[in-house]
Design a protein around this ligand. Structure first.
Ligand code: CTP
Ligand code: CA
Length: 225
């Protein structure tokens, strides 16, 4: 990992970072979501701004303060995040997809609160696929350097490399969420980072430290691209 000599190594660059979960409405009082805390994405945003980048965070519903010098756009659903991400990516140099986007949304959001029925013990909700936000960023003609994340519980390297290729990413940071004390909602994390002709392990440490290491690694790859 390269260590920066000045605070302004990323000066002039615009970084766009998605963070946190998305929330998919079922009816006016219920939703589908996940356990993402947004800590990793917010730490990356903070690290990038501390190195001098202009940073925009596109945040799902999280309970975190906005890091200094960052612009924050709050969103709810994946569709909402998709729309904002496309608008922001147009003038981004680096796009980091840290959000845990819900893969599916409710096919038809109920206008009124769904009621229990006395006749049925079982119920089901029809879901349809959400757009793949990061894949639509890499499909842009003038795409930013794009980094994805992969939270896996098995075959971490295999699945992460598959996503790197399938989503046409420049880099992917994988974490094994089955391991204790790392990943979702934890303050610590470990990452295995892959790009087309290389990889690097960033061992278990505080997300704040890990974010600085990852930002330095991204910067390194951007320059060598
Ligand atoms: N991602 C995205 N839009 C989606 C789903 C995922 O932008 N609708 C991004 C995530 O932010 C992450 C990367 O794609 O950077 C990988 O997300 P992940 O959930 O691991 O991959 P999926 O393609 O959804 O595959 P699966 O959940 O089946 O493992
Ligand atoms: Ca997914």
């Amino acid at each position: 990992i390269k260590h920066f000599n000045t605070n302004h190594s990323l000066a002039g660059q615009h970084w766009v970072i998605t963070a946190g979960p998305t929330r998919e409405a079922i009816d006016p009082v219920r939703y589908i979501s996940n356990h993402s805390s947004g800590k990793m994405g917010f730490s990356i945003a903070d690290a990038a701004q501390s190195f001098g980048a202009k940073v925009t965070i596109i945040a799902g519903p999280v309970n975190l303060p906005t890091p200094n010098n960052c612009t924050r756009i709050d969103v709810q659903s994946a569709e909402n995040m998709h729309e904002i991400a496309l608008a922001q990516a147009v003038n981004a140099d680096v796009f980091v997809a840290c959000a845990a986007v819900a893969d599916y949304k409710v096919a038809k959001i109920s206008e009124h609160k769904l009621k229990k029925t006395s006749s049925n013990d079982a119920m089901s909700i029809a879901l349809v696929k959400n757009p793949d936000i990061v894949a639509s960023i890499t499909a842009l003609k003038d795409k930013p350097f794009t980094v994805g994340f992969a939270a896996e519980t098995q075959d971490v390297e295999h699945y992460a490399k598959g996503k790197l290729v399938r989503k046409n990413l420049d880099m992917i940071a994988a974490n094994d969420v089955a391991k204790q004390g790392q990943g979702f909602n934890s303050d610590d994390n470990a990452l295995k980072v892959f790009w087309h002709n290389g990889s690097k392990e960033l061992p278990l440490t505080a997300k704040k430290q890990l974010a600085e290491q990852l930002v330095a690694l991204i910067h390194d790859r951007v320059q060598n691209d």
